[in-house]
Design a protein around this ligand. Sequence first.
Ligand code: NAD
Length: 302
Amino acid sequence: MEDFNGKVAFITGGGSGVALGQAKVFGKAGCRVVIADIRDDHLAHGLKELRAQGTECHGIRLDITDREAYARAADETERVFGPAQLLFNTAGVSLFGPLEKSSYDDYDWQMNVNFGGVVNGVQTFVPRMIAHGQGGHIVNTASLGAFLSSNFAGIYCASKFAVLGLSEALRQALEKYNIGVSVLCPANVKTNIAESIKTRPEKYSHSGYEYDEETIESLARIYSQGMEPVELAQHVLDAVKRNQLYIIPYPESRAPLQAHFEAVIAALPPEDSDPEGVAKRNAAMLRYRDEVAAQQRKRERS
Ligand SMILES: NC(=O)c1ccc[n+]([C@@H]2O[C@H](COP(=O)([O-])OP(=O)(O)OC[C@H]3O[C@@H](n4cnc5c(N)ncnc54)[C@H](O)[C@@H]3O)[C@@H](O)[C@H]2O)c1
């Protein structure tokens, strides 16, 4: 997508941080912007900033884990601005602690928001984007943690691995509808994510971790040194223009990613170590693809 003028962008988490940066940059590029957020104070702050820069914007209070409310938010977007061509699945939360101490609530909250929220965005907007036939672009926010996992961030990383996997598959699925998909994998951004526990619903409050103001302050000190959200969003805008899949604008990520993928490749046997097995498995896969294609043609004929 090259021309953003008059396009409608729906941005989750848009009242703060990464998503507000996206709203500002895509708003400046000419988009009409809907920000959806679970926090009223964040929504009010985001709308104020967007209006101050002259962006046409609208705010919707939304918990992205609520599927019915998500559908209503999409209806509201269409009533206010018309169909959306851009979807930013950006809202996310983090809660860090020793993985072996995690409770089911720790899993459920982070998976439901970080992965479930993206699923709900996709399920709500993709059929509408296909139906309006104007093409578009989806940006899913994962994290560098979608490639590199660690003990304290284990659940968060698992949720982001899921976002990465879905985004790669979705890009293949939506190419024929002229809908691009990108996955944003930031390392450190200057946002309010240290305090995301404040948005955790009571039903997920049985945590296995110790979390207090001191924990939040330590985390906040890390994020205070992160990339400015507007700078990150400028990379996103450039990537959407180029229809680029991965957006990872952090030079310091090169060495750990290189080490990670070298370790993965090192786990493989030499290419010529099992020619018969390779031939058998490849043939089975090709046969399966042919069968699926034939079944699809049959269904389309009947
Ligand atoms: N800050 C970083 O260093 C960093 C690094 C990698 C990835 N990310 C990712 O960036 C995304 C945005 O986070 P951020 O850093 O801007 O944090 P943030 O807390 O500043 O912004 C997140 C926004 O999402 C909203 N939100 C939370 N739960 C929600 C829900 N259930 N429904 C709707 N809105 C909800 C919050 O109210 C908040 O306004 C997240 O997916 C996060 O995982 C952030």
